[in-house]
Design a protein around this ligand. Sequence first.
Ligand code: PRX
Length: 709
Amino acid sequence: MCRLTLTMATSSPPHPKKARIVTSTTSIQKQTNTDDATTMSDEPDEVYIASTSASLAQYQSTHATSIRDTAAYWSDLATSKLEWFAPYPPGSVLTGNFLDGSVSWFAGGKLNVCYNAVDRYCLAPYNRGQETAIIWEGDEPNNVKHITYLELQNNVCRIANALKAIGVKKGDVVTLYMPMVPELAMTMLACARIGAVHSVIFAGFSADAIADRIQDAKSKWVVTASVGARGGRSLPLKSICDAAIKKNQCLGIVEKVLVFDGHGANGSDWVQEADVDMNVHVKFTELVECQRPVCSCEWMDAEDPLFILYTSGSTGRPKGLVHTTGGYALYAMHTTATSFGLTQQTGPSNPNAPHKDVYACVADAGWITGHTYIVYGPLLNGISTFMFESTPMYPDCGRYWDMVQRHKITVFYTAPTAIRSLMRFGDDAPKKYDLSSLKVLGTVGEPINPAAWKWYYDVIGNGRCAVVDTYWQTETGGHIITNLPGVTPMKPGSCTLPCYGIEVVVLDAATGKEIESSPAEGVLAIKQPWPGMARTCLGDHQRYLNVYMKPYPGYYFAGDGCRRDEDGFFWITGRVDDVINVSGHRIGTAEVESALVAHPAVAQAAVVGIPHEIKGTGICCFTTLANGFPESDALIKELSQSVRTRIGPFATPDMIILTPALPMTRSGKIMRRILRKIAAGELDTLGDTTTLLDPSVVGELSAKVEKLR
Ligand code: PRX
């Protein structure tokens, strides 16, 4: 039975929106007409055909080639897209395997990512030094800077020389705790230039979280700013860093804190903490200014680490994923060009391709999205990238659309949570602005609900733009499943089809066997290595193996559940581990639990996700109290503060429920499955509760949750 509603979307307006189209030319259509399999959802999927059958067939053929001989596919791109100081030996394109986590790409080849992202565009044959590399818009809309490739090169060199001057060496880990200012991207590139490994910590993390990461990476150097600005408020970043380096776990590790100054509303906002040794701080803006704007690039091996990025996992301890130089650079560059349909396809083979895109990813560079799709991917492609310091709500909910109009943005990339929160204000704000420059709209970080997808498509894109739903992870380095603009038909809520070079499979969660027919439901895994994959967890390769490689030997296990529909399109059904996705931020429930039990009043804590209209998932905490601590609203506030202090404000719980008991098995295990159902109000699907020590807990807890809703 055919269950697809086909909806037309073409790139040349006007066009019939939501018109049923009858065409036998797309393979999707063909499959629809012949496939009698039952779908896994009761609702028909809508399909927006933004492509021709020829482009989809072309994708399918290129994708098949890219996974048939994946080493050849990536090697061709590595030589045509990147400039190498020394070529990799022919046999070293891809070596190693998932089983022992020994994957390596292009080993022995020498290159520098900063050279590829900056310097080469200032030189012949590109000669683009005068073109804009970074458009920065500060917290206040009138605070805009355009930085050319040549200016970027000069600034990066100065910062690189300043880092060297204080003793930073190849292989050292430099921690960055910075606002979204151009100096953040420049410092990342400066590290890459001299072979230092950056570890960027999102500026919403607390002092405790920074200290844990500094300790884990044994990072002697920390770069911060005196203050940051967001939504009209000043963020005391230097003070938070100072608090971090005073913590026990950092003692004896940090040698210097390099402070960029002058971003505050009043120029300098330097605050000298009385109890931090003055000699630790370096006035970095001054040191940078007096450096020479020339600094040679370190020759890095393709497998040398480029950066570490911490992410949450099933345990309380964040893991530092290590990304390497050659494979990551290639993957970032290639996916940026293909997923967003960049009109300029730069590379040594095509140096003078026209530069037409104004590309804006409005994430924070503190997360992987910012690393790959604000800094490295766009600059490696030689386009201009946008850095945005503020929030979508400042000074009002029209900020994004005002920026699209003023900067004539062509590609706009954000998270579903931002779309949902803007949608609440209605269509008036976007309608005030000219959004006709837009061509591609991207989403990332969590599944996008069809209502938000359609609002983005209809109201922001005016039914003319491709909406690319990009599925990926910190670990994958870049997109692994997404539609391609003008190529893949779109289904609201589905991230659609695998990226080139990515062989995605659905495994039966229990048996680990590949499910070959569609529709299918199970866990998502990848069958072959790809260049952008993280190579290890810093200092703990065993953990890397345990989390990603051992659950299903021979595959990379992503930790997400998924469904593949009858057309072969993927739908992410959410994490299958103890990680929740709050506003697109990945948070380990164990991290929140350990923040709660750190409070003396808490005896036990269990944290689960709860459906949330804007955030996608909210944080719901169930806690039992230690003897002598009475329940009170004041205590709930203290517990919430404890989480903010241990992790950061973005992890603030949405609900804290104090309870005399938690649902436990007779063997003393907390039944989180039951808590998830209670939190979601799904009592009719609680499943088996006979193993509970005291089944009456369920009723009491659900009454409490209902009261708080
Ligand atoms: O659960 C998936 C979800 O975000 C997780 C990765 O989080 P993180 O490493 O913080 O990276 C976020 C930005 C890439 C995934 O395991 N996720 C990411 N993108 C999507 C998604 N879920 C559904 N659809 C997406 N497009």
